[in-house]
Design a protein around this ligand. Structure first.
Ligand code: FAD
Length: 436
């Protein structure tokens, strides 16, 4: 027997639970918009936890030190880039609001500063980023000061090698050394970062790890270790371990899927419903129908169909990895609304001859077009709807991987889209009313 869809109404529906969808939901909550978030699992669990704004300019192999100045250059060379279409002051506000919200719920991040920091990758190389979790902040500081430091790896943990970190960084950080220890109470064999993180929520495990860390610190006052310091309250686990050891500790992201990404996903699932968000995780919107006063979203869970009537929608469905774009033999398509996708003329033009070409590959700039109010454009070049907005990696004219600007594009364009949605829902004066 088929059941009629369970249905509900909301002011705003956000489709996609990557950083763009997550940020859009936070900005909407802060503006008291009744919000539903529907997102299938995607790239979020893979992210390092670093929030990059702009780390590379096109054609350059140099890391960007001052992303705010680099934004000016970007504006001149790539006016169609999503970050060129947002005032830097708004980008800063967006970062501050996003990290402020996470921090207030026990997941502290450094604030957007004037310069990028050199953050450690799982392999011990450095990458420029703007904001990083508080649990990682001491790493770049210790690197700048060249403080004596021990990188600790764990027996049986794949995706993180202290020896590799030291091999790659040792020439620039002479007082860096590697040690390998056993994780408390874990039988010999393979151990997993996620399991280690959850077990460090238990004080007794922290005490045993603290003893082991003190045992390998030697003269060093600083210890780097893979990102395993708790799943739900990393700040508390980090502070407690620092107190037990008397040492400064910092996390380094592991290979994906990594604990910082899983933390963000679980944070989203546990915190947002308490803020009034209707959350439908791990499900895909199968149909989106636009109407003059909003849109209807259709999806299905284990109990049957669900229908959401929304007065406005933000599309934050990402690119190929998350299913926001699909690559077909003849063309790249946007599957939900069949929005026109800006893309290379033909398949032969998707990639350049050399894989390592500094200009990147044209396919990585494919995406949908939006107007100044974040509204996706249809085939006639006009907004498809005055109630549909878009944000994140789905947008055209940017190659976030190459420019090291994944979270920056996601957060800044989500901010722009929510302000536009708020104006559409509540009138043009909405922006001047501020938020809680
Ligand atoms: C390995 C890896 C490492 C990264 N490291 C960094 C880093 O160090 N710093 C940084 O700034 N960024 C990093 N990123 C980038 C970052 O995680 C995001 O991918 C990027 O910011 C784009 O975010 P997004 O929300 O636009 O898209 P995505 O993260 O791709 O999210 C799109 C979401 O939409 C959902 N979706 C798609 N279609 C539907 C549908 N029909 N119904 C419901 N949901 C749907 C997907 O399931 C997914 O949840 C990394 C990404 C990866 C993959």
């Amino acid at each position: 027997m088929s059941h009629p869809p369970r249905s509900f109404s909301t002011e705003l529906a956000v489709i996609g639970s990557g950083i763009a969808g997550l940020a859009a939901t936070i900005f909407a909550v802060n503006r008291h918009l009744a919000t539903a978030l529907v997102g299938h699992s995607g790239a979020l669990a893979y992210t390092t936890g670093y929030l990059d704004l702009l780390g590379r300019l096109e054609g350059s192999s140099e890391a960007v030190a001052d992303p705010w100045q680099a934004l000016e250059q970007l504006r001149q060379t790539q006016p169609g880039h999503p970050l060129s279409r947002i005032a830097p002051a708004d980008i800063r506000l967006a970062f501050d609001e996003f990290t402020g919200f996470l921090g207030a719920s026990g997941f502290a991040y450094s604030r957007a500063a004037a310069h990028n920091v050199s953050a450690l990758t799982p392999a011990g190389t450095l990458k420029p980023t703007l904001c990083l979790p508080a649990t990682m902040a001491a790493g770049p500081r210790a690197y700048v000061e060249k403080a004596p430091c021990v990188i600790v790896g764990f027996e049986g943990l794949k995706g993180f090698s202290a020896a590799e970190v030291v091999a790659n960084l040792g020439a620039r950080w002479p007082d860096l050394s590697a040690r390998r220890i056993a994780f408390p109470d874990m039988a010999r064999g393979e151990v997993y970062a996620e399991v280690m993180a959850r077990s460090l929520e238990v004080p007794a495990t922290r005490e045993k790890l603290a003893v082991a860390l003190k045992g390998v610190a030697g003269q060093a006052q600083v210890i780097g270790l893979p990102a395993i310091l708790g799943m739900h309250r990393p700040d508390r686990v980090h502070a407690d371990l620092e107190q037990r050891t008397g040492l400064t500790l910092f996390e380094i992201p592991t290979m994906p899927p990594s604990v910082p990404g899983v933390r963000l996903r679980e944070w989203l699932e546990q915190t947002l419903p308490g803020k009034g968000v209707t959350l439908i995780p791990q499900h895909k919107v199968t149909a989106l129908n636009l109407a003059p006063d909003g849109a209807t979203l259709d999806l299905r869970d284990g109990f049957g169909p669900i229908r959401i009537q929304a007065q406005a929608v933000i599309l934050a469905t990402g690119r190929f990895l998350s299913g926001g774009l699909q690559a077909h033999p003849d063309a790249i398509r946007e599957p939900l609304l069949d929005l026109p996708v800006t893309q290379p003329a033909g398949r032969a033009d998707w990639y350049r001859e050399r894989y390592t070409d500094l200009r990147g590959h044209p396919i990585h700039r494919a995406g949908i077009e939006t107007d100044a109010a974040s509204r996706p454009l249809g085939r006639d070049g006009r907004p498809c709807s005055h109630r549909l907005f878009a944000a994140g990696a789905l947008l055209a004219h940017q190659d976030w991987i190459r420019s090291r600007s994944g979270a920056g594009i996601a957060i800044a364009t989500a901010y722009q889209a929510v302000l536009a949605a708020e104006s559409a829902l509540r009138g043009a004066s909405a922006r001047s009313r501020g938020f809680a």
